[in-house]
Design a protein around this ligand. Sequence first.
Ligand code: KG4
Ligand code: ZN
Length: 357
Amino acid sequence: MSGPLLLSVESSCDETGIALVEGGRRIVSNVVASQVALHAPSGGIVPEVAARAHLRWIVPVLDEAWDGAGVGWRDVDGIAVTYGPGLAGSLLVGINFAKALAWVHDKPLIAVNHLEGHVYAGWLLDPGEDESSRQEPLFPMVALVVSGGHTFLAEMQDHLTYRLLGTTVDDAAGEAFDKVGRMLGLGYPGGPAIQAAAERAVRRDVRFPRAWMGDSYDWSFSGLKTAARRIVAAARADEGLPDDDPDARLSDEATAELAWGFQDSVVDVLATKTARAAREIGARSILLGGGVAANAALRQRMAAEADALGSPLIVPRPGLCTDNGAMIGAAGARRLLAGERAALDLDARPSLPLAKR
Ligand code: KG4
Ligand code: ZN
């Protein structure tokens, strides 16, 4: 493979990620330090704790990214960094670090939108992976990005161009997973825990509501969250559990059934609208990205929808769906090839959108 070799830095939320990526596609190395254990006791991300952890871990993560990579600074063509959206304090750590590296080594700096990174994770190949065994995304395409902070569906007619088709009007899909995970006493983050619990469900007929939002491509998850609270409270009453004692846990069986019902509702609305959009625009591929795209039920359902439409489904392996540095290197290479360079006074953009409607 050829093309620019980028060193890429991701620190927008609670993962410190640094990668070396060649030609926007081939991962040379990709190291992620996750703060999940650090934030688990508080049941969510504490911004200042996240920023300080990035500060402590970013140099060790860089050292590990170089270890065994077989390349050196002279091979690097540019430094890509996430400049938004995300937590301001967390973003500043990665941006400042990337700027210092770009300045010291006299390399171009490339500013990358985190959400674009989730999209471009669809192009990544692992170090020894055979290129011919993996379908490259084709345009026109629909891209569904579902993460802890974002839920959007975009049409792409070409690289780096997005038409926003739909988004959430309230909570992000991952946020709903995290909140319902907490209600069920499954801990943080809720997404992987809900998936694991749902897989243990014996009865699979609990019906959670779906907010279809008319004919739009938008989603709403706050009503689902309220419904979940009501359904969990009713299940607790059935088992004679007090409302206010989190240590009195629902039975494993009921927890699994409710986790399944909630997950089924989220997967249904995401997959139905994505498939409809793909049909409408005549998509030649359907791409999924973001932490919630790691969800096995969503992947399975989307694979069936894509199969029925005859358009290939592109979905990164779970470790490349959640935040990582490699996806920033994949998007950054496209931006570098398009002639983009960021100035060294680059600032964080905590609310940076991917595209306007
Ligand atoms: O993309 P990501 O790592 O960070 C953001 O940019 O937000 O996504 C994290 C989100 C969390 O809400 C987490 O609960 C969810 O992705 N998630 C999952 C799964 N793995 C992570 N949700 C459902 N099923 C999963 N297997
Ligand atoms: Zn993300």
